[in-house]
Write a protein that binds this ligand. Structure first.
Ligand SMILES: Cc1ncc(CO)c(N)n1
Length: 222
C-alpha cells in the first residue's frame, strides 16, 4: 500500500512511453509534422475538449465534498472559458473556422477515447474518473517537458507548432498538472492492492487510447 501516481505509469511503462514519445509528438517537436496531420488532430481535439468538459461536469456530479465540487467546477470553467476559446482562436490561425469545427464528423479514435472516459466515470467513483483523465492532463504536461529536454526539438519561429508546445509548457497548464498529481497521490496513498490493480487497468486503457489519438492524427483516420 501507499501508492502514488508514478506507480500507475510504472505499471504500464511501455504504453506510457509509447504515448509520451509517439512519432506524432517527436515530429511536432522537430517541426517536421505534416500540416494535414496537425490540422486533422486540431479538429478532432476540439471535439475531444467538449467531451473533456463533460467529464468535469460528471466529476462535479460525483463529488462528495465541497472541495471536490469546487475542483470539478474550476476544471469545467477552465476548459469552457479558457481552453476551448484558445483552441478556436488557434484553429482560426490554421484556417479552420468555428462553423467548420461545429459541423465536424467525429473520428472513431475520438469517440472511443472520450466515451471511454465518460463510461469509466459513470461506472466507478471520482477516483476512477480522475485516473481515466490523468493521461490527458498529466500526459500533455509531461510531453511538453519531454520535448523541451530533447536536442531534436526546435523552438521559436522555425517550428510552426511552437505555440502548441508553449501552451502545454505554460504555467497555467503546468500548475493544473501539478494540482492533479497532488490530488491523485493523496487518493492513491490508501487504496488496496486490488483497487490499485483496477485503477492501473483504467490508466493503461486511457493511455492506449491517447496513443490511438496521435495515430489518428498521423493517419488522418476518421
Ligand atoms: C487528446 C487530448 N489529450 C489531452 C489533452 C490535454 O488537454 C488534449 N487537449 N487532447
Amino acid at each position: 500500500m501507499g501508492y502514488r501516481f508514478t506507480d500507475l505509469t510504472a505499471a504500464c511503462q511501455d504504453d506510457w512511453r509509447a504515448y509520451i514519445e509517439h512519432d506524432f509528438v517527436r515530429s511536432l517537436g522537430a517541426g517536421t509534422l505534416a500540416e494535414g496531420a496537425f490540422r486533422h488532430y486540431l479538429q478532432q481535439d476540439y471535439l475531444f475538449l467538449i467531451h473533456f468538459a463533460r467529464a468535469y461536469a460528471l466529476a462535479a456530479y460525483k463529488s462528495r465534498t465541497l472541495a471536490d465540487l469546487r475542483q470539478a467546477h474550476e476544471g469545467l470553467k477552465a476548459i469552457v472559458d479558457v481552453e476551448l476559446g484558445l483552441h478556436v482562436g488557434y484553429c482560426r490561425e490554421w484556417g479552420i473556422s468555428e462553423e467548420a469545427l461545429a459541423s465536424l464528423p467525429e473520428a472513431r479514435a475520438t469517440l472511443a477515447y472520450t466515451r471511454y472516459v465518460l463510461d469509466t466515470g459513470n461506472r466507478g467513483d471520482l477516483l476512477d474518473l480522475h485516473v481515466a483523465l490523468a493521461p490527458c492532463l498529466i500526459g500533455y504536461g509531461e510531453i511538453a517537458n519531454w520535448l523541451n529536454g530533447r536536442q531534436d526539438t526546435v523552438r521559436g519561429e522555425a517550428n510552426p507548432y511552437d505555440a502548441w508546445i508553449a501552451m502545454y509548457e505554460g504555467e497555467e497548464f503546468q500548475s493544473a498538472m501539478r494540482a492533479e498529481l497532488e490530488w491523485l497521490d493523496a487518493r492513491l496513498a490508501d487504496v488496496t492492492p486490488a483497487r490499485f490493480q483496477e485503477l492501473s487497468e483504467v490508466f493503461r486503457d486511457a493511455t492506449r487510447l491517447e496513443i490511438d489519438f496521435w495515430q489518428m492524427g498521423l493517419d488522418r483516420a476518421d
